[in-house]
Write a protein that binds this ligand. Structure first.
Ligand code: N01
Length: 556
C-alpha cells in the first residue's frame, strides 16, 4: 500500500466515494484496477457484462479467435503470469482467451473491486468539488476523483436498420453479442450478412453445420490464412526465454505492437520474381504480418497494388467457380487500408455445395421477410440469420454514457464532428477523465494488449504524479488537443488508409462524421511521445491544485 493518503477528501457527504471509477472489466479495466490498487487507491470497476473479459465475453461466435498470436496477445506486466500460462494454439480460441482473463482476475484477486452486470449510465463533473458523480444502471450514484473509460474500441455491436428485421421468424444473432449457450445450426438454412473479420472467421465453421449457408456480401475483404496450429512446448519455450526482447521490441520499436521481422525495402525495389517469392513466403507463414512483406505497402499505391494483386490471384486459385472468385476479390480499397482479415479456409468454403455468395452491392437487400432475405432479384430462404455487421467503433461505447464535463457540456456534443482528444488519453473540458486506447491513439491499429498496458501505465503514473504534488485536476489543453488532432489526421492522410470506407473512418455508421480515428504514427513512436510529454511535466495538460487545498496551505 502506498504511504500517500487516499484522494477522496472533497466528496459530497452521503455518496460512496472512490479515488477512481473504472468503466469496463476487459483487458484494459482489469489491468487498470491492478495498477491503481497497487498505489493504494480505492477503486471501483463497473462491468455491464455478467463476467470479466470485455470483447472476449461478448464475441462467442463460432470460430472466434484473435488475429494476433496468443503468445503476444497476452499481458506482459507479470513475468510469472507469462511464464506459467500455457497457450494451446498459435491463435487460441475465444473460450481459451476468456479462461485466461478469468485466471488473471483470480490470480490477482481483482474480483472484489469489480461489480458485474452494472452499466455506467452517466458521469457528471462537479467544478465546485473537482469530483465526478457516477450513476449506474442500478440507480446508485457514487463520487470519484477520476474516471477511466476502459470501454473497448469494438464493444458496441451494431444492428443495421433493415426493413422487416423484427418480423423475421427464426433466430437472429449478432456475432458481437453471441449467446452463451452453444448455437446449433444443424439442418438449418443460415444467412450471414457482412464479410468482415467476424464473418470471415465464422462462415467456415457455420458452413460445416448448416444445411445451407448464404453469405450476403456488400464489400469483399482481403483475408490471409491464419495457419493456426497447436503450439509445441519448444515454441512456447522459445517465446518465454525471449520474452524480455520480444516485449521490448513490441512496445518500443514496432509499428503495430507485434514482434516481427521488419522489412528493409519497398515492394518495387524487388523484381517480379523476388517480390512474388516474398509474398508467397508471407502467405505460407500466414497472419497479419503479411503486410510487413515490404515497408511501403500502406504508403505507395503501386506497391500496394502488387500485394493486393497477389492476394486476388490466390483467391482465384482457391475458389473453383470463376464468378464466385471474382466476387470475392476486393477491388474497391487498397489491401490493409481496412483491417486485414485472418482466416481458416474462408475462401475454400465457397467451394462447398451448401454455400452461396450473394453480392448485395449489385443485388441489394430490400427487406427481411419472415422466412427469407429479399434481395432485388430473389428471395433467399433462411431459417436463422447471423448479423456480422460490426460495431460503432472507437466512440460507440463512450457515446452511450452521458458524460458531462465543465459547464455541463457532454462529450457527445463536443465530439459531434468527430472525436477530439490529446494523445487519445483525455479530451479538453473533461478533467480527470481518461480513456484507455481512445481515438487518437494507435489502439485498433496495434496489438491491443500492448497499447492497453502502455496507457494503463501512463495513467497510473500521471495519477501518482498528481498525488505526490497535491494536484487535484488534470486535463488536456485546447491547444495541445487541436495540435494532436491535426497531427493524427496529417499522418493518416500520408497513407492509403483513408482511401477505404472503413470503420477506422466511422464510414460504417450512417451519419457518423468521417475522421480517421486511430493514430497511425506507430506504437513505438507514439509511446516515445507519451513518455516525453510526461517527462516534460505533462506538457499540453493543465494540472491544478484545489483552491481549497491552496487556501489551507496558505493559512497553515
Ligand atoms: O465488423 P466489420 P467485424 N448491410 O465492421 C457489413 C475486430 N475483430 O465484426 O464493408 C449489409 O469489419 C459490412 O459491409 P461494408 C477487427 O479489428 C477481430 O467483422 O460496410 N452489410 C462488413 O462486411 C475487425 O476489423 C477479429 O460494405 C452490412 C461487415 O458487415 C473489427 O473487429 C475478429 C451492413 C462488418 O464488418 C470488426 O469486425 C472479429 C448492412 N446494412 C473482429 N452493415 C480477430 O481478431 C454492415 N455490413 C480475428
Amino acid at each position: 500500500m502506498s504511504a500517500l493518503p487516499s484522494m477522496s477528501g472533497h466528496h459530497a457527504a452521503g455518496a460512496e466515494a472512490y479515488d477512481v471509477v473504472v468503466v469496463g472489466a476487459g483487458f484494459a479495466g482489469m489491468y487498470m484496477l491492478h495498477r491503481l490498487r497497487g498505489q493504494g487507491l480505492k477503486v471501483r470497476v463497473y462491468e455491464q457484462g455478467g463476467d470479466v473479459g470485455g470483447t472476449w465475453y461478448w464475441n462467442r461466435y463460432p470460430g472466434a479467435r484473435c488475429d494476433v498470436e496468443s503468445m503476444q496477445y497476452s499481458y506482459s506486466f507479470s513475468d510469472e503470469l507469462q511464464q506459467e500460462w500455457n497457450w494451446s494454439e498459435r491463435y487460441a480460441p475465444q473460450s481459451e482467451i476468456l479462461r485466461y482473463v478469468n485466471h488473471v482476475a483470480d490470480r490477482f484477486n481483482l474480483r472484489p473491486d469489480i461489480q458485474l452486470s452494472i452499466r455506467v449510465d452517466r458521469a457528471v463533473f462537479a467544478e465546485s468539488t473537482n469530483t465526478w458523480s457516477v450513476t449506474t444502471s442500478d440507480g446508485k450514484t457514487v463520487t470519484t476523483n477520476f474516471v477511466v473509460l476502459a470501454t473497448g474500441c469494438l464493444s458496441n455491436a451494431r444492428v443495421p436498420d433493415i426493413k422487416g428485421l423484427p418480423d423475421f421468424k427464426g433466430q437472429v444473432y449478432h456475432t458481437g453479442h453471441w449467446p452463451h449457450e452453444p448455437v446449433d445450426f444443424t439442418g438449418l438454412r443460415v444467412g450471414v450478412i457482412g464479410t468482415g473479420s467476424s464473418a470471415i472467421q465464422s462462415v467456415p465453421v457455420i458452413a460445416e453445420q448448416a444445411r445451407h449457408l448464404t453469405v450476403f456480401q456488400r464489400t469483399a475483404n482481403f483475408s490471409i490464412p491464419a495457419r493456426n496450429a497447436e503450439l509445441t512446448s519448444e515454441e512456447r519455450e522459445a517465446f518465454r526465454k525471449n520474452y524480455p526482447e520480444i516485449r521490448r521490441f513490441a512496445r518500443e520499436e514496432s509499428r503495430n505492437g507485434i514482434y516481427a521481422e521488419l522489412p528493409d525495402r519497398g515492394a518495387l525495389d524487388d523484381g517480379d520474381n523476388a517480390r512474388r517469392a516474398k509474398y508467397e513466403q508471407r502467405w505460407t507463414k500466414g497472419g497479419l504480418t503479411f503486410m510487413l512483406a515490404y515497408n511501403n505497402l500502406i504508403l505507395d499505391k503501386a506497391a500496394n497494388d502488387s500485394a493486393a494483386g497477389f492476394v486476388r490471384e490466390k483467391i482465384a486459385e482457391i475458389v473453383r467457380d470463376p464468378e464466385t472468385a471474382k466476387r470475392l476479390q476486393p477491388e474497391d480499397h487498397p489491401i490493409g487500408s481496412k483491417r486485414i482479415c485472418v482466416d481458416t479456409e474462408y475462401y475454400a468454403t465457397f467451394n462447398r455445395p451448401n454455400v452461396t455468395l450473394v453480392d448485395i452491392k449489385s443485388d441489394s437487400v430490400e427487406e427481411i421477410l419472415p422466412n427469407a432475405v429479399r434481395t432485388r432479384s430473389k428471395d433467399h430462404e433462411i431459417d436463422a440469420l447471423v448479423l456480422a455487421t460490426g460495431f460503432d467503433a472507437m466512440t460507440g461505447s463512450v457515446a452511450r454514457i452521458e458524460l458531462r464535463g465543465r459547464e455541463g457540456r457532454t462529450l457527445n456534443q463536443k465530439w459531434v464532428e468527430g472525436p477530439k482528444t490529446y494523445l487519445g488519453l483525455m479530451s479538453e473540458g473533461f478533467p480527470n477523465l481518461f480513456i484507455i486506447t481512445g481515438p487518437g491513439s494507435p489502439s485498433v491499429l496495434s496489438n491491443m494488449i500492448v497499447s492497453i498496458e502502455q496507457h494503463v501505465d501512463w495513467i497510473t503514473e500521471a495519477i501518482a504524479f498528481m498525488r505526490e504534488r497535491g494536484l487535484e485536476t488534470m486535463e488536456a489543453s485546447r491547444e495541445a488537443e487541436d495540435r494532436w488532432v491535426a497531427h493524427v489526421n496529417e499522418v493518416a492522410h500520408a497513407t492509403l488508409y483513408p482511401q477505404a470506407n472503413s470503420w477506422y473512418m466511422g464510414a460504417n455508421i450512417p451519419g457518423k462524421p468521417r475522421i480517421f480515428m486511430p493514430y497511425i504514427g506507430g506504437v513505438g513512436v507514439y509511446r516515445r511521445t507519451c513518455t516525453e510529454v510526461a517527462a516534460n511535466g505533462y506538457e499540453g495538460f493543465v494540472m491544478s491544485a484545489a483552491e481549497r487545498a491552496q487556501k489551507m496551505a496558505v493559512s497553515s
